[in-house]
Design a binder for this molecule. Structure first.
Ligand code: 3HC
Ligand code: NAI
Length: 645
C-alpha cells in the first residue's frame, strides 16, 4: 500500500506521507521517498516540492521497531542527502512533532515551515543512540554549536517559536499547507540559500568543549549516548562534512546494538503500552474535569498542583480552617517554586490559586467528577472521610484513596456502590514524580479503572496497575531492597559503600542516604504497629537508630551525621558504635557486586509479585522502579536486568 501521495498546486508538488500512527521512517517509506525524489526531479512541470504529513504529526523519526534488525537500504543518511541534492528545492511543512530522523529529513530540505504549535527535536540520546542521519552534522551548520549541543545532548524537543529564533525553521504558519506552498513558490523567485551540508560551522574553542563535556557528563549520570553525541558534534565542527557524517553513522551503529540502547527501547515501548492497556481498549472513562482532593498536606498539595498544571478544576477539603490555610499555603509554596524555576508564569500561578475552591464543608464535593483522598494514613480517619464522600459526592463520581499501605477494601468496606472505588497511589512530590500506581479492588468497575488511566494520561503520568498487597508493587520492592541493604551491612559492608554502589548504578542516592532524607521514623512506626497487631516483622538495624533518636536529616543524624544546614552525609562514629555488635568484618565487595546484590533482591521480589498476579507484567515493575524510585532508564529496570542475565 502506498505510504505517500503527490498532489499538485500548480508548479509546486506536495508529497504527503501517510504512515500511521506517527509517520515513522520504515524501510518501505524510505524507499517511496527515495523514488519520489527521482520522479519529481524528472517532471518538468514541477518547480518545487513541499514535504508534508497526514495524521497527528510530521515524521516522528526512524522506525524504532526496526532497530533490532540489520539496517536495510535505502539508508536514512542517503535519503536525506538525496533530498538535499534534489534538482527541485524541497520545503518541509512541519506539524505536530518533527523528531529524530524526521527532523533530519527536514534539515535535508532546503526550507522548513512549521505550524505555530509544532515541536522539533533530536531525542535519539533518550533511546541510547545518537542521531544517525546527519543530526549532529547539520544542526550546528544551521543553528550554531551552542544550540546544537543543547538539542542533541538533552534530547528535549523545542517549540516552533524558539526553533525559528535558532534558525532551524524559516517561517511559522497558521494554515500550514497553503502557506508552505506559498513559501516554496516565493522561494523560487530568490537565489537559493546553500543547503545545510554546504554551510560552514562557526568555530568554538577547547574551553567550550571542556565545559560542555563536564555539564553533559553530570546530567547523563552514567548514560553513554549524550557523551558520544557530544563527541559527534565536536567532530562535526572540526572535520569536513562527509567525514563527520561517517563518524556520526559509525557511532549510531555502534550504539544501536548496545545494552543501554536495548534497555531504553524496552522502556520506550513499555511506557507507551502502559498508558493504553489493551484490556481497557474500547471502555469509555467517566468524566474527570473537576477533581476533589481531601487533605492538603504533602501529597494533597502536590496532587492539586499536578491537576491544575493539566488544566483541571480542583476543590480541596480540609478538616478545619487552620488545616485549610496550611493546605492552601502548601499549594502556594509549590507554585512559587515553579515560578522561581521558570516553569510557571506569575500570572498562571495567581490564576491557579484563584481558581482553587477550598472548603471545610464536604457539600462542596458535590461538584466533583473524581475525588482523591490524601489524609493521614490511619484507617479510622480514612473510613470517616469515605463515609462523608459516600453521602456528598455525586452518585457517579469516582472515589479514590492515595493510601500507601492500607488495604483499599478495608477503607470502603460497608459503603454503598463499591464499584466506584479504587486506589490512586501518587508518589512524592506528586506534581513531579511520573508514576501513578492504580489499584482496583475486586469490585471496581472497568470504566472506573479506565478513568484512573485516563487521569494518568491527562496528568502526563505513567500508570501501572497493581493488585492489593502490603506496599503494592513499589513500596513492597523498596522494603525488600532496604532489607537487602541491611543484610549487606550485617555482613560488614560499610554504609557508605552500599550508597556509593547504588549511586554508581545510576540512582541519585543510595538506600541509606534516601532513608535519612525521608526520615526513618515512619517505617519504624509501621513495623511497631505490625508487631503490635501480631505480625512477624524482622528486626531492622534502622529500629536501633530510631530508638536512639536518629530519625534522619531532620534530627541531625540517621545512618549518617549532618552538620546544621548541610545535607551532605558524614560517616558517623555514633552509628558505628551502635551497630558494631551486629556487623561482620568488611568482606571488601566491589561496587558492582554490591549493586548486583541489591538489584537481584529487587528482581526476586518482582518475580514473587508477578507470580502472585500483583503486577500484570515484568515491564510494569520496571516502570515502577524507574518512575517512582529513580532507577536509571538506561539500565531498563531490575526485571530487564534479570532477563538479560
Ligand atoms: N518508531 C516506531 N514506533 C513509534 C515511534 C517510532 N519512532 N514513535 C512512536 N511510535 C509508536 C508508539 O509505540 C505507539 O504505538 P502503539 O500505538 O502501538 O502503542 C504509537 O506510535 C503512538 O505513539 P505515542 O503513544 O507516543 O503517541 P503520542 O501522540 O503521544 O506522541 C510522539 C507522538 C511525540 C511522536 C511520540 O510517539 C514520540 O516521542 N515518539 C518517539 C520519537 C523518537 O524518539 N524519535 C527518534 C527515533 S530514533 C531516530 O530517529 C534515529 C535517527 O536519527 C536515525
Ligand atoms: P500529611 O500529614 O502531609 O497530610 C495529611 C493531610 O490530611 C493534613 O493536611 C490533614 O490536615 C488532612 N486531614 C486529616 N484528616 C482529615 C479529614 N478528616 N478531612 C480532611 N483532611 C484531613 O500526609 P501525606 O504525607 O500527604 O500523606 C497523605 C496520604 O498519602 C497518606 O495516606 C500517605 O500514606 C499517602 N502517601 C504519602 C506519601 C508521602 O511520601 N508522603 C507518598 C504516597 C502516598
Amino acid at each position: 500500500m502506498a505510504l505517500t501521495r503527490i498532489d499538485r498546486h500548480g508548479d509546486i508538488a506536495v508529497i504527503t506521507i501517510d504512515n500511521p500512527p506517527v509517520n515513522a521512517l520504515s524501510q518501505a517509506l524510505r524507499q517511496e521517498l527515495w523514488d519520489a525524489v527521482a520522479t519529481l526531479d524528472a517532471d518538468p512541470t514541477v518547480a518545487g516540492v513541499v514535504l508534508a504529513c497526514a495524521g497527528r504529526t510530521f515524521i516522528a523519526g526512524a522506525d524504532v521497531s526496526e532497530f533490532d534488525q540489520p539496517p536495510q537500504p535505502p539508508h536514512l543518511p542517503d535519503l536525506v542527502a538525496r533530498i538535499e541534492g534534489a534538482a527541485k528545492p524541497w520545503t518541509a511543512a512541519i506539524h505536530g512533532s518533527a523528531l529524530g530522523g524526521g527532523f533530519e529529513v527536514a534539515m535535508g530540505c532546503r526550507f522548513r515551515v512549521a505550524a505555530r504549535d509544532a515541536r522539533v527535536g533530536l531525542p535519539e540520546v533518550t533511546l541510547g543512540i545518537v542521531p544517525g542521519a546527519g543530526g549532529t552534522v547539520r544542526t550546528p551548520r544551521l543553528a550554531g554549536v551552542q544550540a546544537a549541543v543543547t538539542l542533541v545532548t538533552t534530547g528535549r524537543p523545542v517549540r516552533a517559536p524558539a526553533v525559528l529564533s535558532m534558525g532551524l525553521v524559516d517561517a511559522l504558519a497558521d494554515d500550514l499547507i497553503p502557506e508552505a506552498v506559498g513559501f516554496a513558490r516565493d522561494a523560487l523567485t530568490r537565489p537559493l540559500p546553500a543547503p545545510a551540508c554546504a554551510r560552514a560551522v562557526p568555530p568554538v574553542d577547547d574551553a567550550f568543549w571542556a565545559e560542555a563535556e563536564a555539564a553533559t557528563r553530570k546530567a547523563a549520570r552514567g548514560a553513554e549516548a549524550p557523551l558520544r553525541a557530544l563527541a559527534c558534534l565536536r567532530h562535526a565542527t572540526e572535520a569536513p562534512f562527509s567525514e563527520a557524517m561517517g563518524f556520526e553513522r559509525q557511532t549510531f551503529l555502534d550504539l544501536r546494538g548496545s545494552d543501554q540502547a536495548a534497555a531504553l527501547r524496552h522502556v520506550f515501548f513499555a511506557e507507551r503500552a502502559a498508558r493504553q492497556p489493551a484490556r481497557l481498549r474500547g471502555i469509555a472513562p467517566r468524566p474527570r474535569a473537576h477533581i476533589g482532593v481531601i487533605g492538603g498536606g504533602t501529597m494533597g498539595a502536590g496532587i492539586i498542583a499536578a491537576c491544575q498544571g493539566a488544566g483541571l478544576a480542583v476543590t480541596l477539603i480540609e478538616r478545619d480552617d487552620a488545616a485549610l490555610a496550611r493546605g492552601v499555603a502548601n499549594l502556594r509554596a509549590i507554585h512559587d517554586g515553579a515560578v522561581a524555576r521558570g516553569r510557571l508564569t506569575p500570572d498562571a500561578s495567581a490564576a491557579h490559586m484563584a481558581a482553587l475552591t477550598a472548603s471545610t464543608d464536604y457539600a462542596a464535593i458535590g461538584a466533583c467528577d473524581l475525588v482523591i483522598e490524601a489524609v493521614f494514613e490511619q484507617i479510622d480517619v480514612k473510613r470517616a472521610v469515605f463515609d462523608q464522600l459516600a453521602r456528598h459526592a455525586r452518585p457517579d463520581a469516582v472515589l479514590a484513596t492515595n493510601t500507601s499501605y492500607l488495604d483499599p477494601r478495608a477503607i470502603v468496606r460497608g459503603l454503598p456502590d463499591p464499584s466506584r472505588f479504587l486506589g490512586l497511589h501518587f508518589f512524592s512530590p506528586a506534581h513531579v514524580m511520573r508514576l501513578l500506581e492504580i489499584v482496583p479492588t475486586p469490585d471496581t468497575a472497568s470504566d472506573v479503572l479506565a478513568t484512573g488511566f485516563d487521569l494518568a494520561r491527562r496528568l502526563d503520568k505513567i500508570p501501572v496497575q497493581s493488585g492489593i498487597c502490603d506496599g503494592f508493587i513499589g513500596n513492597r520492592i523498596l522494603k525488600r531492597s532496604r532489607a537487602e541493604a541491611e543484610a549487606l551491612l550485617r555482613q560488614g559492608v560499610p554504609i557508605a559503600a552500599v550508597d556509593a554502589a547504588m549511586r554508581a548504578h545510576g540512582l541519585a542516592m543510595g538506600p541509606f542516604e534516601a532513608q535519612d532524607l525521608g526520615g526513618l521514623d515512619i517505617a519504624h512506626l509501621q513495623r511497631q504497629g505490625a508487631r503490635a497487631a501480631g505480625q512477624t516483622v524482622p528486626d531492622m538495624l534502622a529500629d536501633l537508630l530510631v530508638e536512639a533518636g536518629r530519625k534522619g536529616q531532620k534530627t541531625g543524624g540517621g545512618w549518617y551525621d549532618y552538620a546544621p544546614g548541610d545535607r551532605s552525609p558524614r560517616p558517623s562514629q555514633a552509628v558505628a558504635r551502635l551497630l558494631a555488635p551486629h556487623l561482620g568484618a568488611d568482606p571488601g565487595l566491589d561496587a558492582s557486586t554490591i549493586a548486583r546484590r541489591m538489584i537481584d533482591a529487587m528482581a526476586d521480589e518482582g518475580c514473587a509479585i508477578l507470580a502472585e498476579g500483583i503486577a500484570a507484567s515484568a515491564v510494569d515493575i520496571d516502570l515502577v522502579m524507574i518512575h517512582g524510585y529513580g532507577h536509571p532508564r538506561w539500565r531498563g529496570g531490575p526485571m530487564f536486568a534479570r532477563l538479560r542475565g
